[in-house]
Design a protein. Sequence first.
Lengths: 305, 336, 317
Amino acid sequence: MLNFMTKRLFVAALVAFTVSVIAFSLLRLSGDLATMIAGEDASAQDIEIIREQYGLNKPYHLQYLDWLGDGVQGDLGESMFYPEEVTALIKDRLPNTLTLAGLGVLFAMGLAIPMGVIAALRPDSWVDRTALTIAVLGQALPGFWFALMLMFVFGLFLRWLPISGNETLAHFILPAISLGYYSTPAVMRLTRTGMLEVLNSDYIRTAHAKGLPTFVILFKHALRNAIIPVVALSSVQFGNMLGGSVVTETVFQIQGIGHLAWESISRNDFPVVQAVLLLVACFYIVLVLLGDLLNAWLDPRLRVT
Amino acid sequence: MSALLEVKNLSVDIPLAAGMLHPVQKVNFHVDKGETLCIVGESGCGKSLTSLALMNLLPKKAIRAGDGILFDGDDLLKASHREMASLRGNRMGMIFQEPMTSLNPSFTIGNQMEEIMLQHRKVSRQEARDRAVYLLEKVGITGAHRRLGQYPHQLSGGLRQRVMIAMTLMCGPDLIIADEPTTALDVTIQAQILLLLAELQREFDMALILITHDLGIVARVADRVAVMYAGQVVEQGTVEQVFEQPLHPYTRGLLTCIPIPGKTKRGTHLGSIPGMVPSMIGGIQGCHFRDRCPHAFSDCLSNSVELRSIDEQRAYRCLLSPEESARQAAAMEAAQ
Amino acid sequence: MPPSDTKVAGKGLGSLPDDDDRGVPSVESVMQPDAFTMFSRRVIGHRSFMVAAIIMITLIIVALFAPVLAPHDPLGQDLDRRLMPPVWNEAGSWTHPLGTDMMGRDYLSRLIYGARVSLIIGFSAMMISGVLGTVMGVCAGYFGGKVDMVITFLLTTRLTLPVIMVALALVAVVGGSLNTVILVLGFLLWDRFTVVMRSATMQIRNLDYIRAANAIGCSTRRIIFSEIMPNVLGSLLVIATFEIAHSILLEAALSFLGLGVQPPTPSWGLMVSEGKDYMLFDPYLVMLPGFAIFLLVLAINLLGDGARDILAPENRN
């Protein structure tokens, strides 16, 4: 187990390293940085000075090492648009995205797990078919359009909820639904198949033979086992939502890192883009590892002594 | 003696795409208090489904019917879900074939043993825990205290089956149904577990229905035997009667297939029963065993063969009279 | 009772406890109509597959014959006829059955041409990612060892990258156009192909007959093409449909965010984006293109689901 975890951590570190190289290359691909920083009508001499100042005359691998070295110490460079450090910008925006993605995962699990359980209890009934239909329809919904529809119905038409900004928790409800809904089909299907499999298992028959009440059998003996893969999936989905927040945050004007990424991409503010990219990827790596750990914690068979 | 469990014309039907399957057809038997009944038969003869039907644990699509399953006077066929649940694990327990998968992998042995007692008795967790330790020691598990905190995957198959047995004993049931409890285990452990079960049955004075195809074990532990073939009981009686003087050709065939300690003579040629079990989809006319029976004659095809009682204990399902059956068998043996 | 009936009983009992039917011969092959008849029956009997196929065929025809079917030039602006409502509205007219947008362009014509954009992007991106992913998956599965390690690592890295952010950034660097979007999506969405092809190839590679083929000296390439490919074609087809759907959704999102297909090209995602400012008074500007994406993706997904059922009916749950 320890050996296995060490290997996993090593691979995770290697992946993070590769992603950082990709993020770095993206910045260099975007054009001559010195020219960008200096502005369009800067003289060749000014550009040369800036090149010198920012270390842009060094070979790429040294530039990368500089960036990485600073990055590890929390300095991810400066934004070309905002008069702020990238780190400060991200620190400012990250809580909004985490709130959004967290609520999104809560919504997805809160909707999908009960639906999956009910669908598994009555396979082929109308409940099951309705749940599967919702899953199939959900997978075909374009996220941004669904967000606009929610905005239209609940914000503009019914006027129940605010449609843009991130001042109060109410501002996060519609965005969380639109972000979370995209994960419901996967979570629901996994819960359903897991429950179906578990309900047909020998130990559920044993539980019946012990004369336990139905709800104990369902919620203690069955759900506990069926939920294990769902927890890991939810962790990964949380990571996906951080990436997916670009669309949702842009539609609902939430000042999170997704919106920041979109703004920065549109403005060619690549120091910010590469930092956000690296951050989201690192979150994903950590969340996948966390999912595995949660799995091991929930499933005694994986908790090898 | 009063019967603890009396099964009257129990049938199980399962609707399939290909037609109605009748894996259990009008089965009758009874078990007295504190006695061991062995139900014997090959795979697919309906013995497992019969045992699940008693506990009302059949697969969802299976249909159970009959004139009654009287447990201590109450008809289990008429029992509500709640009444059934209060009997299961409490007054009647069941041990399954697959110890590897019959325990929940996510909970400790202790948790799974205690919950059955907490469910049916007004006891504290500590009392339940003490009982669990006591029973784990009873079934021959060393370091019982430590085992309570372990998970099923940390135990071997033999140990898990011992845990299952101990768990079934938690509430001191009147009846235990053991459905081939050792088929999934190593040969060396099989006899240990079965003898343990027989010992506990005597010690706790429970009735035991042991479903098995191991006639050697039957000879050692059973009080009475019911032989099943293709969904029907074809012969029943005390273990002496059935082993000394089998009346049904199938029972006789089974007995020649398997060496039984102290009964099979040295140098005897072990037999086999040729042919296959008939399909149980739709009805079968006549005797179910006729295709494989060495004594079959024209009547076996047309007449439906009923279970004939000879006395209170003994019954068999064959058109031949006991004398005729014995005579033909002797003739065949001589011919070999 | 003829002995050939016995398997039927055994098959049904498979899911029940205890009753194993070892030694009972299989007669499943007897009394079945030929494979093609069975297959067509399964296709026709699959309702959602048939419905999806009809929607899909209609949309493909619409896309192919867009110049014939579209009543107007999708790019033709007419500022006098801006924001005309669809025909079911009182103010609507049959000249523009689905109304016009804020530049006075005929919305029906734009929707029709939009089908082209979506389908072209979906199919082309899938072709690129399919070839890329399949080659990688087959290599990983077939050669194992170091090759597998490297490819698995690439796969892990790819899964770590947030697709939409990377796609946005790449399009921004290279410049948005139909071709860029196709290339970017094609080079990002190969992961599922690789995962499935890798495990399928590994499985088949370990089968006895492949080892036998290897042992009698069949070349590696021949084994891959004659033995592995036909075996995985079914699952490949299913992933391909899902990846088309995935690409279409992503293109729509990219275009919606302004970093995909560039105006004035009629992309459904772009149309939603252009219409969103008018959503309160002219909701059809957002509803129609969004619904078009939804319908197309739904049809493709249902085709994929149906194909999976039809190709491997025993795997249904």
